[in-house]
Design a protein around this ligand. Sequence first.
Ligand SMILES: NC(=O)c1ccc[n+]([C@@H]2O[C@H](COP(=O)([O-])OP(=O)(O)OC[C@H]3O[C@@H](n4cnc5c(N)ncnc54)[C@H](O)[C@@H]3O)[C@@H](O)[C@H]2O)c1
Length: 397
Amino acid sequence: MTSDPVRLGIAGLGRAFMLTVPAFQADSRIRIVAAAAPRADSRAAFEAQFGGRSYASVDELAADVNLDVIYVATPHQMHADHVIAGLRGGKHVIVDKPLSVSMEDADRMVAAAAETGCHLIVGPSHSFDAPVALARSMIDSGEYGRLRMVQAFNYTDFLYRPRRPEELRTEEGGGVLFSQGIHQIDMVRLLCGGRADRVVAMTGNWDPHRPTEGAYSALLSFIGGAFATITYSGYAHFDSDIWMDGIGELGAPKKATDYGKARSALQGLDAHSEAKLKTTRTFGQGALPTAATQHEHFGPVIALCDRADLRLTPSGVEVFGDQERKFFAAPAERGPRREVIDAVYDAVRHGNVPTQTGAWGRASLEVCHAILKSAESGNPVALSRQCGLYGEETKHE
Ligand SMILES: NC(=O)c1ccc[n+]([C@@H]2O[C@H](COP(=O)([O-])OP(=O)(O)OC[C@H]3O[C@@H](n4cnc5c(N)ncnc54)[C@H](O)[C@@H]3O)[C@@H](O)[C@H]2O)c1
């Protein structure tokens, strides 16, 4: 088995690529060799920076024989077509979260991965973060007794960052659930063993100018007995990163002078100008994110076990035991999103299946839909498409 770098093609040179490109560039296991983007200026910027091949369509990218993996970072509603094109072109695929908007699209992607024998990995997602993995291994060790309850919450200005119009329409995957809730769902599923069985939830849709879900609280029960609460506000004025040692989602210290900037930047913009503003944060136009000093995170997470409570921080896990309080550092930050690249490389070069497969992404997506359904009906919603960790597929198929 070769240890050559994985040859990577990028589908979509937008914001997600901007956030992930430092990870690819910092890692000698990855070589960026091609891209697909509809805008000629993005393709030109890509060729200038990477010297690779660029295509106007994902179908052409998928047909490139000199590629091992495609990273799909196009808008949610396009994921299914782009993922399936990549898989059918014989490429392994990493698709940014969420896997898709509809469960039907998720089924099509999972089926295409099975048919082609190519890997389908959903990421980057915060379930890959090293402190989350450390907490999972501490729970696995049994040292702290049974996991009983997890609480995850996050207060951000998500809804007031510049958006494409469809990002504010729930039926097209807009709102906080598909883009942000999916991270919390992934994290709590990872900590609680993956198989949720019931959800009860409420959502908030409170800004008539941005008419989609901007907040939710949900209670999930898991097979095995643990339960989790997840709460998110994308309308927030309070910033819960102050409870994460002042470190932002991408692992860099937050600047106090950035307070309120998201809402200010939207003042007076119509939908068209707002979408245009979003493109100024994409490849070839925007600045790369500030370098991380600690691990990425997705807000405060506390896992309560019989003999200790585990608090996840941007650098590790703080354990509050019966008699003592102790901090366990996660492996030092090796570069942004390195754990995602570990998973891709390990799958492509060694055939190892990570937890965050297509079936895993579909199970998390099922929870998003269940939250919306429970909030609408006022009733608990049963889940049937769940799967466990480490590539264990659903038992319900
Ligand atoms: N993991 C993360 O940190 C993270 C952050 C932001 C977004 N995302 C995810 O990435 C995806 C894209 O979101 P975004 O915020 O980057 O949006 P974006 O609008 O900034 O980027 C999407 C890009 O896709 C391109 N595109 C559109 N149609 C295309 C096509 N047919 N072929 C090739 N490229 C095409 C657009 O030109 C644009 O550059 C979403 O699914 C989102 O959830 C992930």
